[in-house]
Write a protein that binds this ligand. Structure first.
Ligand code: HXC
Ligand code: NAP
Length: 282
């Protein structure tokens, strides 16, 4: 789908790049020639992923960094610039989440998620933004989710934080365009990863089955589908996309939104009967 040189020589920072969707996106970027910095808290995890990524013949740094900590973020950016000379693209992918009735949440539980998702995204954006402003060019891609605009019970800290990240994406699209910086976001529906599934779809509750039933396309997402979308959005091919959030969820959130969508449960025979009645009346 892409020229194999599409991202050749681009220097990309991927937060949370050692696991799950971050790893899948980083892998796609490496296949297309990008040099990468992957960061997360666990050095052993990012070291392992970095080894896999280097098999694509690109340069990869694995720098441990807690995105909640401004000093660690600034140091990660300094190390990146000293090794790579610059940063072209930032993928804010790191996140924390869990399911819980809101009344059971402590202030610290709420703060923890907001700190990782919203403040962490701000810390990385601010530190990398400095480099990009100097270069007068850059792309910042944020990973949100569809409940950033619908809201969702049982994940209130994450919904609030992702809503903030979406607002940041749209705000900076306007404010930082003058520095040659583009921003965009992706809102994925369910894509199986160990991190998300272990926390949001624990076995025994039938959550995964219900999830698939709810999605019009009747399946979860494949990592490569998301990775290709991210690749397009960060590439020069998407140079006129600024401030947009692209949903990739098989139609999931619209199904929940449409007031009459539940009518799909009405059997064909009942529709026929209704039609016959209408015609008879005429
Ligand atoms: C209620 C909880 C809780 C739970 C933790 N806490 N888990 N409260 N229910 N299930 C509370 C703790 O009691 C504590 O509050 C506070 O949160 C901080 O918890 P710690 O364990 O000390 O935090 P920390 O070690 O920093 O770990 C952060 C974490 C953890 C978010 C809790 O799960 C983590 O590291 N996650 C990273 C990866 C991840 O979450 N991936 C999934 C992303 S999926 P007190 O008051 O007791 O001190 C995703 C999908 C979105 O985002 C969309 C899906 C469709
Ligand atoms: P994941 O594998 O758990 O990814 C989260 C990553 O964030 C991990 O690599 C984790 O590494 C890192 N991280 C967590 N806290 C951090 C911190 N304080 N500092 C630095 N890094 C931190 O889950 P995933 O499913 O791939 O999620 C990736 C992104 O997609 C997230 O933004 C998530 O909200 C979004 N998303 C996922 C789905 C889905 O269905 N999977 C749907 C919608 C949106 P460490 O633990 O080593 O720090």
């Amino acid at each position: 789908m892409f020229d194999v040189q599409l991202l050749k020589g681009k220097k990309i920072v991927v937060t949370g790049g050692g696991t799950g969707l971050g790893k899948s996106m980083a892998t796609r970027f490496a296949e297309l020639g990008a040099d990468l910095v992957i960061t997360s808290r666990r050095q052993n995890v990012i070291d392992e992923t970095a080894k896999d990524l280097r098999e694509h013949g690109v340069k990869v740094l694995a720098i441990s960094c807690d995105v909640r900590d401004t000093e660690q973020v600034e140091s990660m950016v300094e190390q990146t610039v000293s090794e790579f000379g610059t940063i072209d693209i930032l993928l804010n992918n790191a996140a924390g989440n869990f399911i819980s009735p809101t009344e059971n949440l402590s202030s610290n539980a709420f703060r923890t998620i907001v700190d990782i998702v919203l403040n962490g995204t701000f810390h990385c954006t601010q530190a990398v933004g400095k480099v990009m402003r100097k270069n007068k060019s850059g792309v910042i891609l944020n990973i949100v989710t569809t409940y950033a605009w619908t809201g969702s019970g049982y994940v209130v800290p994450s919904a609030c934080a992702k809503a903030g990240v979406l607002a940041m994406t749209r705000s900076l699209a306007v404010e930082w365009a003058k520095y040659g910086i583009r921003t965009a976001a992706i809102a994925p529906g369910p894509f199986p990863t160990k991190g998300a599934w272990s926390r949001l779809a624990p076995p025994g509750l039938g959550i995964e089955k219900k999830m698939k039933e709810r999605i019009p396309l009747k399946r979860v997402g494949e990592h490569i589908e998301l990775a290709n979308l991210a690749t397009y959005l960060i590439s020069d091919q998407a140079a006129y996309i600024n401030g947009e959030v692209v949903t990739i969820d098989g139609g999931e959130w619209l199904k929940g939104a449409g007031e009459m969508n539940e009518l799909e449960k009405i059997p064909k025979a009942a529709w026929k009967l209704l039609q016959m009645k209408r015609k008879k009346k005429k």
